[in-house]
Design a protein around this ligand. Sequence first.
Ligand SMILES: Cc1cc2nc3c(=O)[nH]c(=O)nc-3n(C[C@H](O)[C@H](O)[C@H](O)COP(=O)(O)OP(=O)(O)OC[C@H]3O[C@@H](n4cnc5c(N)ncnc54)[C@H](O)[C@@H]3O)c2cc1C
Length: 349
Amino acid sequence: MIESTLEWDVRIPEKKIEEKYWLNLKKRVIESGLCSHCSTCSLICPVDGIISEDREIDFPDWEERCVDCSVCVRVCPRWDYNPLSDIGDYIELVAGKSRRFRGQDGAMVTEFMASALEMGLIDRTLFVGRDEEWRTEVYHIRSVEQLFDIKLTGTKYSFANVLPEIKRAMRTSEKGIGIVGTPCMVSGIRKLQKEFSIFRKKIRLVCGLFCTENFYHHQLYAFLKEKGVDFSKLIKTDITRGKFIATMTDSEISFPVKELNSIVPHGCEVCIDFTAVESDFSVGSVGSDPGYSTVVVRTEVAKDVLEYIKQNGHVDFGKVIIEVVEKLSNLKKKRTKNIPEEYRKHMKE
Ligand SMILES: Cc1cc2nc3c(=O)[nH]c(=O)nc-3n(C[C@H](O)[C@H](O)[C@H](O)COP(=O)(O)OP(=O)(O)OC[C@H]3O[C@@H](n4cnc5c(N)ncnc54)[C@H](O)[C@@H]3O)c2cc1C
């Protein structure tokens, strides 16, 4: 008799309403304003029906196409929301500036992913580039040389379809994939990995970006246009010390970030995870000097990459002021009041 190697360990979530699972997700997560636009549901939908574009997540023809399989609900980090916060566990905290790449701050995200490629830990990583109007575009990086393109590094303050691209990257990757994302995307990846062993096997390194909020491109674009930003000359956008700064080739426009409050998506207003506590390593700008990135190394795999970087002298190291990271983390925790009561029960005191 041939022994089966299939795993039959599937937990089918309880439906909240007697409708297809997609409608459950739509009502409980999207229409309630909890959806973070992480796009994990869009990645996993077996009929590719869930659309993740520059608007609310949707499944337009769900009545005909949804096969009611439950996977969208199983991987959604906001279905049974477990709000995470603070700095989380870590092995090492460093401030760094890459000697070979240019990025948003110290290009440490790029340095880590480039090093992971060189080490053979991964053979693919997904980076977010942009078009002329700063719409996000996802790129499959297979070689270190590609990372010298400064349109691929740096921060774009708009949702990016990184997770749906994982499926394509997995088809061609042999060694594994490195993913960079905001805290909600990292939580989506961990849910995927919990539910499906193929993602545990293929996703080898997860970088979480510090994050206060993200935006829909069309809303941020209209706002910045109104402020006088010329996108044909725009080279960098940054949120620092309470200001949004748009740097163009010949000028700079800055204004208090508070002015963007009316376009902060609902899903960000219920998020209190500033540092992406579930990542292998997190990177942000606060906590270190200008031109450096703050790096929170959390797992052994990320620690190995940091050792490689140190051995090869790829980085100048600086000092981290942890109190600044804590301050920003605590500031984001004020959003706890926006989280529905039923989910606050999960939270640590
Ligand atoms: C929406 C958003 C909000 C942020 N808010 C804060 C904050 O409040 N405080 C803070 O300290 N830091 C914040 N950051 C992180 C910060 O802007 C830098 O990304 C971080 O310091 C890393 O800099 P670096 O030079 O090491 O990265 P680089 O080496 O320049 O690499 C940047 C990486 O970010 C990825 N990326 C860019 N845009 C996106 C996007 N929209 N979605 C997913 N991945 C993307 C790129 O693919 C690349 O991998 C935010 C980042 C984002 C995307």
